[in-house]
Every structure is written in C-alpha cells, then in structure tokens.
Design a protein around this ligand. Sequence first.
Ligand SMILES: NC(=O)c1ccc[n+]([C@@H]2O[C@H](COP(=O)([O-])OP(=O)(O)OC[C@H]3O[C@@H](n4cnc5c(N)ncnc54)[C@H](OP(=O)(O)O)[C@@H]3O)[C@@H](O)[C@H]2O)c1
Length: 313
Amino acid sequence: MAARGWTEDDIADLSGKTFIVTGANSGIGFEAARALAEKGAAVVLACRSVEKGEAAADRIKMAHAGTKPEVRELDVASLASVRAFAERFLREHARLDALVNNAGVMAIPRRETVDGFEMQMGTNHLGHFALTGLLLPRLIESAPSRVVSVSSMMHTRGRFGALDARDLRLESGYEKWLAYGRSKLANLLFAYELQRRLGVAHPTVLSVGCHPGYAATNLQSVGPEMSGSAVGRAVMAASNALFAQSARAGALPTLYAAVAGGVRGGEFIGPGGPFKMWGAPVSQKSNRASYDLEAAKKLWEASEELTGARYAL
Ligand SMILES: NC(=O)c1ccc[n+]([C@@H]2O[C@H](COP(=O)([O-])OP(=O)(O)OC[C@H]3O[C@@H](n4cnc5c(N)ncnc54)[C@H](OP(=O)(O)O)[C@@H]3O)[C@@H](O)[C@H]2O)c1
C-alpha cells in the first residue's frame, strides 16, 4: 500500500500506548520520540547519556505541554546495560506497543564494545538483538505491537564471510564503511528473520525495517570527530547542508513503520523521492542479500552465541 504524502498529521491519537526509542536524544530518534509523545504516547527515551536524554526530554516538554517523556539509561554497546534497561522497563511498564531500534554509529575508526564486539556491529545490531529478545514477551502480551529496525541504504555495502560469531567480530580487514554496511545489512536480515519467526503464532506482532534516506544529524560528524579529521568534518557538514533533508523529515519512515495503518510485517519503509533519499515514506524493497534466508539464520545463531540472548520463539 503506497503511503504517498504521509506526514506526522496522519498519526492517530496514541494515548494509552507505550514506545521505546533507542538513541532518542538526537537526530531521527529524537524527532520520532517527539512526534510520538506529541500524539499522547508514553515514550521512553533510551539513551546512553542520561544528561543528554533529559535535555532532549525537556525540549519535547517545552515544545508540547502535557507530554511526559521518560528518560532511562541504555548503552546498547554494553550487554550489562541492555539487561539492566530491560529489567527496569519490564518492572515499570505493563505494556510495550513498539520498540524502535534506532541508536547507531556510522563509519567510525575500529573500536570494541565492553563485551569485545566490533563497535558498529555491537551497537547497531548485537545490542538491539539482545534488547529485542528481552522485551519480546512484553511486545507479545501487548499485541498488536511492532519492532522497528532502523537500517540504511548503506545496507547495500554490507558483505559477510562465513557469517559466524568470528566473522561478526571483524577482527581483521577493518574498513569503516564496510563495517557500517554490514551492521545495516544485519539490521534487515534480523528484521525479516524476526518476522518469519513471529510467523503465524503471533500474527499481530510485526517486525518492520526502515531507513531515513539522507538526513542531517550528528551521525555524519561522529566518525570524523573520532578520527580527528577536520577535512572529514568539513566535507560531511557541506554535504549535509547541500543534500540532506531535515532530521524531522528523516524520522517519517521510522514513524510510519511504528504506527501507520496497513503496514505489514517484513516491509521495508523509506523515503519515496529521488534516489530514495528524500520524500514521504513508502514501502520499498531492500537488496537481494537482505532477503537471504540462509544468511538470516546464520546471523541469528551467531548473534545468540555472542549475546547469550534466547528468544521465546
Ligand atoms: N542520518 C541519516 O542520513 C541516516 C541514514 C541512514 C540510516 N540512519 C540511521 O538512523 C539511526 C539514527 O541516526 P541519526 O542519523 O539520528 O544519528 P544521530 O543524531 O547521531 O543519533 C544517533 C543516536 O544513537 C545514539 N547512540 C550511539 N551509540 C549508542 C549506544 N552505544 N547506546 C545508546 N545510544 C547510542 C546516540 O547517542 P549520543 O548522542 O550519546 O551519541 C544518538 O542518540 C541510526 O541507526 C543510523 O544508522 C541515518
């Protein structure tokens, strides 16, 4: 079903519904959390910096009286933090209507998470894999509900080797864009495999992939800052100014995937304009590799092995 022209105005009243948005203190996550809160939802801003999260919550409250965004600490690059966040959420909230797996880093120099995972795979995929597994029982109890995985058109750059735990660690041959592409391909392999596993047993729990096209956010500056590249920073800033849409526009596919009517599990939502980089959200196809059943199964098994997550599916 085409979603031409879909905007925030099309979001129905969300009173009584609860959402989690990871990485909600800036960029697309912030704009998605703001829009959901403005429509009456209870929104948990899951942020690694509580201070930044509180500043974001204050911006939402100031812009829209009556909203009550909640900030909770979550570092998706730490399995201990993922577990602590999930335990607290499950204690505090009786329902979860959608989990928006949005937090991410792009094209950074090689780093490792506290658990020893390559940072882009650890943050963008493995942390969210563990988080989703822990929260899935609540999503199932709250059905109809959704898991939204924020990917990127850079998933087309992703290449895997054996696709086992060792391959995910990417111990040699690190290239920052390849590592980003792999993590974003992993987002889609995971999203579609989760949908297949939910299958007929849980027909109203949907797993949906999406991408924002190109939106000006902090994402583009983190890599150049970490590698101390003034040229990289300048190039990214100029490119953002010339070509990017706003973070608010970039959040529309995420919002559509999370709340629009008529969305089906396993869909991939992105901007329908030129080069799939701008415009209103529509259902699209991701690349062939993202629909590879064998690769999805291997990624799932390797992700379970590395994170210790076990899904109730
Ligand atoms: N902007 C684009 O054009 C574009 C294109 C394709 C895909 N995407 C995807 O969109 C998503 C959001 O990115 P964005 O563009 O909005 O960038 P952004 O403004 O940099 O936002 C990323 C968010 O993720 C958070 N984050 C990073 N590492 C984290 C961790 N270990 N634990 C918890 N939170 C963490 C950041 O927190 P801090 O502020 O503390 O760093 C920030 O809140 C990402 O998944 C990205 O891959 C963006």
